[in-house]
Each structure stands twice: as structure tokens, then as C-alpha cells.
Design a protein around this ligand. Structure first.
Ligand code: CTP
Length: 420
């Protein structure tokens, strides 16, 4: 079993005392939904898994479960009011936020999701969440209509974009009698998500990561360009996940419609040549490079200075090769870890293996972009990690999950090399 612990500032639990380990602290936020009673089970489960658990409740939550229940289960004081005297001095919401290795809100109502998404801090729970730097896990629970509403979807998307992990509610019979999606996820799933965050919380601390994303645009004239269908979603997810895990991240981004990933420095480029310059500028400082960008292999030779007019007839486009940025990096990698992507419509694995070798890469993320509904512009994909040791095929996953799996794999590789 995974036994979470960190060194340093944490108080000790009885069992850890004997072996000298210090438990990680999970702050469990409980909001006012009927699922609040399941938070009792979550707290027990987290304690059993070796975490020190501290609970913070909203006023509405206390109408469903009493603080006494949680105090008894955790052996810790329960925070609920911003105005109560702190048990050990200091400013309670700030000290609680600082103690958190992971914060989880379960159940999380639509109202608290909205507050968290907009940075409102008007009670102990939301103030603690805003002050915390720890990973945030949110387990929503509400009526199916509320969950389906666009405003809730937008709030959830905003939280996810800032790095929160959402443990999606499941479908079933709801307290209001409706049947639909909105029931709190099983507490085991929520505990697993907390444990995963605790585990990876800082596993890339100190690693300098350079990520590229998006599709380059190669100018035909000042208005038109040759582009490709890359949305940038995977590269952005990798940059954000790496930053969340403590890496110092530079994202070289070709044009996308995406919001800047939280915690990464973003360098914007348009063409393959600009991307090559930006990547070269960051390469010396990087320990790891992930080339998720779809770089155009060719560009129009000498783009027109002025907009081409149709009356002049169909232009003859002469194309020239762009430099292969990743292959160039492979020639002078000098101990760095290099990860490339292979987007293919056939012979996916063979092509990935060939790229691995030809460009001196450590890992290639191979994906079949010919499959309908996956790959380019979709939120899901099915990829295979190809290394010199073999191929690991992943199931169809969201791009956030793919980013996580990739960085899990990279963290392992760095650990094996003794770089972590
Ligand atoms: N890449 C790059 N510079 C280029 C082209 C691609 O750095 N000019 C990187 C991509 O970011 C990706 C990987 O190389 O990580 C893709 O490999 P590549 O061999 O270019 O794939 P394809 O363009 O699909 O190549 P081919 O036409 O040979 O299949």
C-alpha cells in the first residue's frame, strides 16, 4: 500500500510516530449537500490510508452533519467560522491552507464550485481554498439539472484549467428523486484522486521543462497561411501538469485558442522558424523537452509581401523544408530527456519507433489521428508510449489524463537516472 509521508513540518500520528514518519495533511472541505454524510466515510478512509485529516465545513454542511462527528473521526478541531478563536493562535484559514498537502472539497455544491471558480472567499472553506497552494480535488454533487447547466460546466472547466482535479459525479438516483448525473462519486475514487495528488504533488520539483504546443502557421501572404489541425490541448495539459508537480516550465506555443496554462511561462510564436529560435533559446536551461507541437514540415518559399489578389489567378506555391527542431535537439541532447510525438494515420508504432531512433529520443507518444473523434482538436485520445524498452498502450483518455500518465512515466525515467 502507498504510505504517504513528507519530511518536516507536519505533526505526527500515533502509528507514524513509532516509525518516525510524518503524515501528509489532507484538508477536507465539506459543503452543504445531502452527500455530506459520505464525507465522514471519506475522512475515515483517508485516515486509514495514513493521512492526517483536517476538516473545514460550511454553515450549510453543518445542517447535514455536525462538526463533532468529524472531530471525533479525525481527532482534530474542525474549522467552520472565520471568526472563531484559532485553536493554536495565528490566522486559522491561512495556517490551515499552509498545512494542506492536498485540499479536497467533497461534496462540493454548485454554489461552492462557482465561488471557487471566481475566487470568492466569504467563509472558512473558500478562504482556505483561496489561500492554499496545495493541489485541489473537487468532488461535485448536486441535482442533475444544476450539473448540466452551462454555467456550472463553465465553472468546472475554469477550475480544471487552473489545475483542479475534478472527480466527476456519477449517474443514479438523486436525493431530490430525479435520476441522472450528479451523485457524489464513490468515496474510494475520491480518496484515490487525493492519494494520486499527494503522491505526485512535488515529484518534478526543480526539473526544468520546455514544452512546445499547437500547430505552426507558415505564411503565404500577410493574411493567409498553411496550418494544421493541432489544437494545442495536449501540450498545454502537459505544461500545466508539470508546473503543478513543481517543475519550472516554459511553454513555446504556436497559435491556439487556449488560455495560458497556470504556472508556466509562455513564449508565443507563429511559424516553425520562430519556434526553432524560441526552443533553442530555452534548450540549454532545460532538463526535459517535450515537443508536442505540430511543426509544419514545409513553408512557402518567400511569402508575398502584400495580400495576393484572386484576379492574378491561382498562385503557384513553392514550398521549402523547415528544419526538424526535434532532430536538431537530438544531435546535442547531452543528458537531457527528449520526448517527441508521432501523429500518424497508419503504421503508427513502426513510425514511432523509427522517430525514436532517428531523432535520438527517450520516448515517443504515438497516436493514430485517423481514428474518428480522437486526436486532433478532440478532448480525448488514445496514445502509446514508445521507448527503447517497448510500447505501453494506454486506453482512450482525456488529454489531461494523458499528460498525467506521460509525466508519471517521465518522473520514473528521471528517478531511474538519479535526476530526482
Ligand atoms: N517536429 C519538429 N520539427 C519539425 C517537424 C516535427 O520538431 N519540423 C517534431 C514534432 O514536434 C513531433 C515530432 O517531431 O514531436 C514529429 O515527428 P515528425 O517526424 O516530424 O513527424 P511527421 O511530421 O509526421 O513526419 P513524417 O512526415 O516523416 O511522418
Amino acid at each position: 500500500m502507498f504510505f504517504p509521508y513528507t519530511s518536516g513540518r507536519k505533526g505526527m500520528l500515533g502509528s507514524e510516530k513509532e516509525v518516525g514518519r510524518v503524515a501528509q495533511t489532507v484538508v477536507v472541505g465539506v459543503t452543504g449537500g445531502i452527500g455530506a454524510y459520505k464525507a465522514c466515510e471519506l475522512v475515515r478512509l483517508l485516515s486509514r490510508r495514513g493521512f492526517r485529516v483536517k476538516v473545514v465545513m460550511t454553515d450549510a454542511a453543518m445542517r447535514f452533519v455536525t462538526p463533532l462527528t468529524f472531530r471525533t473521526l479525525t481527532g482534530e478541531p474542525v474549522a467552520s467560522s472565520l471568526w472563531e478563536e484559532p485553536a493554536y493562535g495565528g490566522v486559522r484559514h491561512v495556517s490551515l491552507a499552509q498545512e494542506a498537502d492536498v485540499m479536497v472539497v467533497a461534496p462540493c455544491t454548485a454554489n461552492v464550485i462557482a465561488k471557487l471558480a471566481h475566487g470568492r472567499a466569504d467563509d472558512m472553506l473558500t478562504t482556505t481554498a483561496l489561500a492554499a497552494q496545495a493541489p485541489l480535488v473537487i468532488a461535485p454533487a448536486m441535482n442533475a439539472e444544476m450539473w448540466r447547466k452551462q454555467v456550472t460546466r463553465d465553472n468546472v472547466a475554469a477550475l480544471r484549467a487552473r489545475g483542479a482535479v475534478i472527480v466527476e459525479p456519477e449517474a443514479g438516483e438523486l436525493a431530490c428523486g430525479d435520476v441522472g448525473e450528479g451523485r457524489l462519486a464513490p468515496v474510494e475514487d475520491i480518496a484515490d484522486a487525493v492519494e494520486a495528488e499527494a503522491c505526485r504533488a512535488r515529484d518534478l520539483a526543480g526539473v526544468r521543462v520546455l514544452v512546445t504546443a499547437g500547430g505552426t502557421r507558415e505564411a503565404i501572404d500577410p493574411v493567409r497561411f498553411i496550418g494544421n489541425r493541432s489544437s494545442g490541448k495536449t501540450g498545454y495539459a502537459i505544461a500545466e501538469e508539470a508546473a503543478r508537480r513543481g517543475a519550472s516550465v516554459t511553454l513555446v506555443a504556436a497559435p491556439t485558442c487556449l488560455a495560458d496554462p497556470y504556472g508556466a511561462e509562455v513564449v508565443r510564436v507563429t511559424s516553425a522558424l520562430e519556434m526553432r529560435d524560441a526552443v533553442r533559446a530555452g534548450f540549454d536551461r532545460a532538463d526535459l523537452v517535450v515537443m508536442a507541437a505540430a511543426v509544419a514540415d514545409f513553408r512557402p518559399e518567400g511569402p508575398a509581401e502584400h495580400k495576393l489578389k484572386k484576379d492574378a489567378g491561382a498562385p503557384a506555391l513553392a514550398l521549402v523544408r523547415n528544419p526538424d527542431i526535434l532532430a536538431e535537439l537530438g544531435e546535442r541532447k547531452d543528458g537531457r530527456l527528449l520526448v517527441g510525438f508521432a501523429a500518424e494515420t497508419r503504421d503508427v508504432l513502426e513510425s514511432a519507433r523509427a522517430k525514436l531512433e532517428a531523432k535520438h529520443l527517450d520516448l515517443v507518444v504515438a497516436n493514430d489521428v485517423g481514428a474518428p473523434g480522437r486526436g486532433f482538436d478532440a478532448d480525448i485520445n488514445r496514445v502509446t508510449f514508445v521507448t527503447a524498452e517497448g510500447a505501453e498502450e494506454l486506453p482512450v483518455l482525456g488529454k489531461d489524463a494523458i499528460a498525467r500518465k506521460l509525466l508519471d512515466r517521465i518522473a520514473e525515467m528521471l528517478a531511474r537516472r538519479g535526476q530526482r
